[in-house]
Design a binder for this molecule. Structure first.
Ligand code: B12
Ligand code: SF4
Length: 477
């Protein structure tokens, strides 16, 4: 008899809304296993309204599985929604958890529960948390530990566990390490209707879902884990199929117009690539789309990037402009063979807006910054917020630029994490053995976790500036 496999997505407790962006990891694995006749189910966990309310009024104890709701989505599309009940696991042989660091606490609660009540189940943990916090996951106490830890690509290890090619033994925490050199011949992620109808965000007034075109990144930002990972692109055929599935799901759900967002930082890199994506977007009849680019590339290619984007309905681009302080920009080391310049941030916004394209501009506060650095970024943000966009959205409203200000969090696996631990970043020290629950830079009400014991200016001063910057956000986007 075949093993019965369940993928679990732990809750995103600190996000304002848990149903904005689908967590794609398990969906890539689900469609991969299906190629081999293994039809895995999904369990999506989210915090109940009551627990969220208790948090607001301060009567919330520590997180517990009892304050969760579940969406149990079978491979055939049927779905049951209800309060968390451990009995749901009983019918499975293998439970695979997909975990980002802020979800780790819940993942550990779940593995403790499975170890205690369901010894027949093989537990597997994958995702960005075991990738960057491998030593912490591998040293969990026996009662909390997973049978298998998958720190890199999950496709092949999950297949091996599912068909019994590797089996759990008496020893917990076996590491299954695998990476495809190229991401060719992989199927597009699943988009179960019952799940997709829960998710909601829009681009320029149109219902949207997201996807990604690549893993890793050719840039080298010191605050980002991807800055150390080689770029691997998904095949154009896979993206084509993915867009087909997204569009079909939107049609089934009755969305009159459709939009798509490419979430990675390498969506709009050069004219040839944009033309390729624009053709696919048009082929699948998306009304509008959004993707991320980089200021110096907008300045360098101008029409070459922006014209095919706009002609295929593009109205908004994301730009990680990070900072208005040249000093901070140099320290961040955002490079792809070329030193970045703050002047190009201003220039890129002007060019995009002139083309009728609005910019979603992402910036951070860095813990070494003094008042001059803060002032320089706030000026940049004011410029972005005030600059006129020569275009309208799908609802006929004038397009507006959007600004975002967070506080940088040095996750393990980033160059900054190492530099801070070596004392190479002046004025900055971080907590030792940091709780992964503190590891977020954009949570409820735009708040950021605070992993520091020492920073140049105070936490209160940085937060004051962060709130001030976020007050320049437009009423709509
Ligand atoms: C889209 C996205 C989001 C979306 C959706 C979340 C998601 N996971 O899909 C949203 C906006 C919600 C989001 C939020 C956040 N994100 Co984010 N996000 C991404 C992004 C750009 C793409 C994710 C993706 O689809 N990857 C593609 C899939 C194929 O990769 P994958 O999920 O890693 O899955 C592979 C393996 O990990 C493994 N795998 C995954 N699950 C499982 C399960 C099992 C059982 C097995 C065996 C294997 C396995 O197999 C897959 C195929 O190889 C990544 C960067 C990236 N390129 O991955 C950042 C990234 C995952 N995010 C990151 C961060 C920091 C955050 C936030 C903390 C930001 C914040 N707001 O403060 C929050 C955390 C939210 C939370 N859950 O608690 C970090 C994670 C760092 C960490 N230590 O976990 C990343 C790596 C970006 C970065 N370089 O900083 N994010
Ligand atoms: S922040 Fe963006 S551009 Fe920089 S390394 Fe990470 S993914 Fe690449």
């Amino acid at each position: 008899m075949k093993n019965r496999v369940l993928f679990v997505k732990p809750p995103d407790r600190f996000l304002e809304n848990e149903f904005v962006y689908q967590q794609l990891g398990p969906h890539y694995l689900q469609s991969f296993l299906a190629q081999y006749g293994i039809y895995a189910d999904l369990l999506v966990l989210y915090e109940s309204d009551a627990a969220r309310k208790n948090k607001k009024v301060g009567t919330f104890a520590s997180p517990s599985l009892d304050d969760l709701n579940t969406l149990h989505i079978k491979y055939d599309g049927s779905c049951i929604e209800g309060a968390f009940d451990k009995v749901v696991f009983e019918q499975y042989d293998i439970v695979g958890l997909s975990v980002m660091s802020p979800q780790a606490a819940d993942a550990y609660l779940l593995s403790s529960l499975l170890n205690k009540f369901y010894s027949h189940i093989t537990t597997v943990i994958g995702g960005s948390h075991p990738r960057y916090y491998l030593s912490a996951v591998a040293s969990l106490a026996e009662a909390m530990a997973f049978d298998f830890i998958v720190p890199n690509d999950g496709w092949w290890p999950m297949y091996q566990v599912s068909v019994g090619e590797v089996k759990k033994g008496s020893k917990k925490s076996q590491i299954l390490n695998h990476s495809f050199r190229k991401l060719a011949d992989l199927p597009a992620p699943t988009r179960p209707k019952a799940l997709m109808e829960k998710y909601s965000f829009n681009i320029a007034g149109v219902n949207a879902y997201h996807t990604i075109t690549a893993l890793g990144c050719p840039f080298s930002c010191h605050f980002c884990e991807s800055g150390r990972e080689k770029l691997r692109k998904f095949s154009i055929d896979m993206i084509d199929h993915d867009l087909f599935v997204i569009a079909a799901t939107q049609t089934e759900l009755g969305h009159k117009e459709k939009a798509v967002m490419f979430f990675d930082d390498v969506g709009l890199m050069n004219p040839k690539q944009v033309e390729q994506l624009a053709l696919l977007v048009a082929k699948h009849k998306f009304t509008t789309w959004r993707a991320f680019s980089h200021a110096y590339l907008i300045v360098k290619y101008q029409d070459g990037i922006l014209d095919p984007f706009k002609e295929s309905g593009g109205k908004r681009i994301g730009l990680g402009i990070e900072t208005g302080s040249q000093n901070s920009l140099n320290l961040i080391n955002k490079q792809n063979g070329k030193q970045q310049n703050v002047n190009e941030h201003y220039e890129a916004i002007r060019i995009a807006n002139e083309h009728g394209i609005a910019v979603d501009a992402f910036t951070m506060i860095y813990p070494w910054e003094d008042e001059d650095d803060l002032k320089a970024t706030t000026e940049l943000i004011k410029f972005v917020a005030a600059n006129e966009v020569k275009g309208v959205d799908e609802l006929g409203r004038t397009l507006k630029n959007h600004v975002d200000s967070t506080i940088m969090t040095p996750f393990q696996g980033t160059a900054f994490f190492d530099m801070i631990n070596l004392g190479e970043l002046p004025f900055v020290k971080i907590k030792k053995n940091m709780d992964p629950g503190l590891l977020y830079y954009k949570g409820n009400n735009g708040s950021s976790g605070w992993p520091y014991t020492e920073t140049r200016l105070s936490k209160e001063r940085y937060e004051e500036e962060q709130n001030y910057r976020n007050s320049f956000r437009p009423q709509y986007r």
